[in-house]
Design a binder for this molecule. Structure first.
Ligand code: COA
Ligand code: THG
Length: 562
């Protein structure tokens, strides 16, 4: 089928649906939300069989939905309507929630229902529910609806009683430290994460709060910052305390940053309460990196917000990899976190730096130091366990491991071009051709489209994909890795690895890869072409698109057959 996507951004859900549909042989073209007239132009150019809006706020013009069956993915149960569906569900503490595929009509979300799914709610941030439960349910809904549409005789069901829930404003989201309990603070910040954040006041400054965690032991005066850890701040509440890892100053053009970079003066006033990654702790708190050992295997969890890795975070993670390398374990498993494995260097902290070019250079070198630390592990098996999506340098960080596995449903973006034509580093010129050959490698890099873990596994970019949920994935991964390190094959594997990784010619080749990649990156950061700096500027400010690039819009390519 020919399917046109209308979306505000080509976000994780749109990318996942794109993969699911194209990998089933459908032809999918994408039109970003720029102007209603362009939506009409897009259907006129593409003449799709069906239109799907996976992530759209704007009203689809009559000229589109009257002429083409148009289905809107609504992250809510049947009968729920409005632009802040998940936000309200979290705030109200719904026990069950869902996704409904609604036919577009004149009135927002009031059309007939093509498919729906429900799931139990988790007490978690909106973006995490969106990237996991909502995404899985939406994929099932879309596949079901396409089957019904293909049969030709399906009649969608009218919504009998429906309830309009307005856009949630900051009057509802705002955190008031004098009265909000820890649970209420968590609820408000969860309901507002990743966008738009929950407004509040810290240190007399109006800020949006992101990425909150319950703190089980520290206490203080409500609203006061009582501790810092890894650039996050711990704020006392009326009945406990919470950690907030990211803040954005109120105002136009501000960006999300690690809390301490928004409130730098706090560092000298407030104690730093450290917890070592390998320590065990028996109360809830925020921990950026956790190292645990089980049955001779070391597992490293790194909980980096949005999967973005600043220079300092790369350094902290590298320290833990070095620790693991000294431990008597046979394998080291990198797990990232459930929402993202990694998205490479942190474009926000780079943007915020005095010199973004210098900070880009520091950050990519820190990424490469981490990658090199993993590559130069001769006597242990290294494994990447990709539980959530990965992009750019984050994918290639994973590929520095001997074995790479991903959860089913993970979306990978194994390329760098989308941020201003970056050349890329992280030893991709070693790992990519080694896994898929130069020709396929170049094709992936140039096409700059997302790829499902299933497809990545099929072409040998990764070694396998399994597990429907992060929990199931980790369970299966553990069995696999622990099985391998106890098998006779393992001894042979390690003998070979030691031989390769201590060979002077291998070491020389690795050094050459890094040097040549960084040579090209230097041009991206300091050279004549400033497209990386421009692309980053718009990316971190989440600026809406002003056109749909041809690599997304098949129908706007000059070579496209009409
Ligand atoms: N640095 C900082 N923030 C990043 C990031 C990075 N490298 N990669 C992703 N993010 C943030 C996005 O800004 C967005 O933030 P939000 O909380 O304000 O919404 C969030 O992570 C991703 O949101 P989502 O909508 O789920 O992601 P997506 O599906 O739109 O896109 C990517 C995922 C990875 C394809 C896309 O974000 C991307 O292209 N990132 C840049 C990757 C990159 O070039 N890294 C540096 C080169 S090494
Ligand atoms: N029919 C048509 N177009 C649609 C939908 C539809 N476009 C996408 C939309 N569903 C997804 N759901 C919503 C529901 C409500 C709102 C936005 C998307 C909403 N918007 C604000 C308002 O109206 O006040 C702001 C709108 C704006 O900025 O334009 O409430 O079912 N044809």
């Amino acid at each position: 089928m020919r399917i046109l996507f209308l979306c505000y951004r080509f976000n994780s859900l749109s990318q996942r649906l794109y993969c699911e549909l194209t990998e089933r042989g459908h032809e999918v073209s994408i039109e970003l939300d720029v102007h209603p007239d362009l939506m009409i132009e897009a259907v006129d150019l593409f003449k799709p069989d069906i239109v799907i809006a996976p992530f759209l706020r704007r009203k689809i013009p009559q000229d589109v939905w009257r002429r083409y069956t148009t289905l809107v993915v609504h992250p809510g149960v049947r009968g729920d309507r409005g632009p802040s569906a998940l936000d309200w569900a979290i705030l109200r503490g719904e026990k069950m929630w869902g996704v409904t595929l609604i036919e577009a009509t004149e009135e927002y979300d009031a059309g007939d229902v093509w498919a729906w799914r429900e799931f139990p709610m988790r007490f978690a941030k909106k973006s995490s529910l969106y990237r996991n439960e909502v995404t899985e349910a939406a994929v099932e809904c879309v596949l079901e609806a396409l089957e019904k549409f293909g049969k030709g005789n399906f009649r969608p069901e009218p919504q009998e009683r429906s309830l309009w829930n307005p856009k949630m404003g900051q009057d509802v989201r705002r955190v008031n430290w004098d009265i909000d309990t820890t649970d209420q603070v968590l609820r408000k910040v969860y309901a507002s994460d990743g966008q738009p954040g929950a407004l509040s006041v810290l240190e007399g400054k109006e800020v949006y709060l992101y990425n909150a965690f319950r703190e089980g032991s520290l206490r203080g005066r409500p609203g006061e910052i009582i501790a810092v850890r890894d650039e996050a701040v711990c704020v006392a509440t009326v009945d406990g305390a919470v950690w907030i890892t990211h803040l954005r100053e109120r105002g136009k053009g501000t960006i999300k940053l690690p809390a301490l970079r928004v409130l730098p003066h706090i560092r000298d006033r407030v104690p730093e309460v450290k917890i070592k990654p390998w320590e065990s702790v028996d109360f809830p708190t925020y921990r950026e990196i956790v190292y645990e050992e089980r049955n001779g295997v070391g597992y490293i969890h790194f909980n980096f917000y949005n999967g973005a890795m600043s220079t300092e975070q790369c350094e902290r993670l590298r320290e833990v990899v070095r620790y693991a390398k000294r431990r008597p374990v046979r394998a080291i498993v990198l797990l990232g976190q459930e929402d993202f494995f990694s998205n490479g260097m942190n474009l926000n902290t780079i943007e915020n730096a005095e010199s973004p070019a210098d900070e880009s250079w520091r950050n990519i070198n820190a990424m490469d130091d981490l990658c090199e630390e993993i590559l130069k592990t001769p006597d242990k098996l290294t494994v990447a366990g990709i539980q959530g999506n990965a992009g750019a340098g984050g994918v290639f960080l994973a590929l520095t491991c001997d074995l790479v596995f991903a959860r089913e449903g993970v979306v990978l973006n194994p390329h760098y071009k989308n941020i201003g034509n970056l050349y890329g580093s992280e030893f991709w010129t070693y790992t990519l051709p080694k896994r898929v050959g130069w020709e396929k490698g170049r094709e992936i890099m140039e096409r700059r489209m997302p790829m499902s873990s299933r497809e990545a596994s099929r072409i040998g970019l990764i070694d396998g994909c399994f597990g429907r949920t992060p929990v199931e994935f980790r369970e299966m991964l553990r069995t696999k890795v622990e099985g391998f390190v106890r098998s006779p094959d393992f001894v042979k594997f390690i003998d070979g690895k030691i031989r390769e990784r201590t060979d002077p010619s291998w070491l020389e080749m690795i050094e050459k890869c890094r040097r040549e990649e960084l040579e090209r990156m230097k041009l991206n950061f300091y050279g004549f072409d400033t497209s990386y700096h421009i692309a980053r500027y718009y990316f971190v400010r989440r600026t809406p698109h002003f056109r749909t690039p041809p690599y997304l819009a098949l129908h706007r390519r000059s070579a496209y057959p009409r």
